[in-house]
Design a binder for this molecule. Structure first.
Ligand SMILES: *Cc1c(COP(=O)(O)O)cnc(C)c1O
Length: 396
């Protein structure tokens, strides 16, 4: 069956919540995807910063297959070995203490918000606590996560949101300070804003919010869902500033495509107790076997080294593009999470690149986002740059 027939069928039955690119993918190999007609695409989106280890990674696939044959689900009324192992590896990687596994990023944010409220209510018994979030942030689509997402466009049709959320300007410590009062219980931010347009935090800003949280006994929540798990060139992007949060949220690349997220707390923020929170699927043996294998393969396959090398190379190549094309306004990012900001909406450019067989995605504020699998090589960067330059020549 041809793509168009599948797309027509899909449009009959799928809720139209996305303006999907008209491609029907069939399978993947390394950093390439193939559609149902056999057309090959170089993937510079990795399923929105998810597929870090590349497609059809044999060791990963075998670990998942073995777990399918063993045990897929038991619920959290019991223990399972993959969950314990994955949690141990996540604790080691984050330097924090306690893990709650979720099925998605947005659920990890819900858990972080509940943690902040519980932490505060335990102290003073009050029920009017406030959380400070950032303008242009993105934390997910469920009601709590949507409420701390600093993008009115996503929120408008879904009011009332959860109460007590205030928005400061990212990288502007004074704007955060101005919002703090005796009700404030937490600050939540992404160490690199992803959907908002690839804005890395100033290390001074992260140190500043850490100090404010310590001073006022508030929890610092870092959303590392997109920028974490090696994407920035460090395991977690907040390591660039040497700042540890009280609560970290992780998802996207954690399961290399299997649906798993987590919120991880230090001992101080480990306030949720039996009855406070739960998830039927969360942390089931299948997704945890995947996450556990991801951590092993990060070491075996020297993923961080590759991200740093390829991140530098991608940076150099995109700097050339910026120098040669006046429609490129800015270039930001770290490791393999980079963005080019254009003088106007780059949707037509992204479309032209995709027609040349390279998958790119956009972000807010006129940005094209580069979040390839973490295993790309120089030749793949070159292939993408060639398609990008041809496309820029075409649209200009
Ligand atoms: C994608 C994302 C989320 C939401 O994750 P889902 O798995 O889509 O619910 C939250 N925060 C950040 C920073 C993200 O990039």
């Amino acid at each position: 069956m041809k793509s168009k027939e599948y797309i027509d069928r899909g449009e009959q039955v799928l809720l139209h919540t996305y303006n999907r690119t008209p491609i029907v993918f069939d399978h993947g190999e390394g950093v390439y995807l193939y559609d149902v007609e056999g057309k090959k695409y170089l993937d510079f989106a990795a399923g929105i910063a998810v597929f870090g280890l590349g497609y059809h990674n044999e060791k990963f696939d075998n670990a998942v297959k073995a777990q399918v044959d063993k045990l897929v689900h038991t619920s959290n009324l019991y223990y399972n070995v993959p969950a314990i192992e994955a949690a141990e590896k996540l604790v080691k990687a984050t330097g924090l203490n306690r893990v709650f596994f979720t099925n998605s990023g947005t659920e990890a944010i819900e858990g972080a918000i509940k943690t902040a409220r519980k932490y505060a209510i335990k102290k003073d018994g009050k029920t009017d606590h406030e959380i400070i979030a950032m303008n242009h942030s993105f934390h997910g689509r469920s009601m709590g996560a949507l409420s701390v997402t600093g993008n009115p466009h996503y929120q408008e049709d879904f009011r009332p949101l959860i109460g007590g959320i205030k928005f400061a300007d990212y990288n502007d410590l004074d704007s955060v300070k101005a919002l703090i009062n005796e009700k404030t219980c937490a600050i939540i931010l992404e160490p690199i804003q992803g959907e908002g347009g690839i804005y890395p935090a100033d290390p001074k800003f992260l140190k500043g919010v850490r100090a404010l949280c310590d001073e006022h006994d508030m929890l610092l929540i870092f959303d590392e869902i997109q920028c974490g798990m090696g994407r920035s060139g460090k395991m977690f992007a907040s390591e660039y500033a040497g700042v540890k949060p009280d609560v970290m949220t992780v998802a996207k690349a954690l399961g290399n495509g299997l649906p798993i997220g987590a919120f991880v707390t230090n001992e101080k923020a480990a306030v949720l107790v039996p009855g406070d929170h739960g998830s039927t699927y969360g942390g089931n043996p299948l997704v945890c076997a995947a996450a556990s294998k991801v951590f092993d393969l990060f070491e075996e396959e020297h993923i961080l080294e590759n991200v740093n090398e390829m991140g530098t190379y991608l940076w150099e190549r995109l700097e050339e593009v910026k120098a040669n094309y006046s429609m490129v306004k800015d270039h930001r990012g770290k490791g393999l999470i980079q963005g080019l900001e254009f003088t106007e909406n780059p949707a037509a450019i992204a479309k032209a690149v995709i027609s040349r067989g390279v998958i790119l995605i956009t972000a807010e504020n006129n940005v094209i986002r580069f979040v390839p699998p973490l295993v790309i090589k120089k030749e793949h960067v070159d292939e993408m740059i060639k398609a990008l330059e041809e496309s820029l020549d075409e649209v200009k």
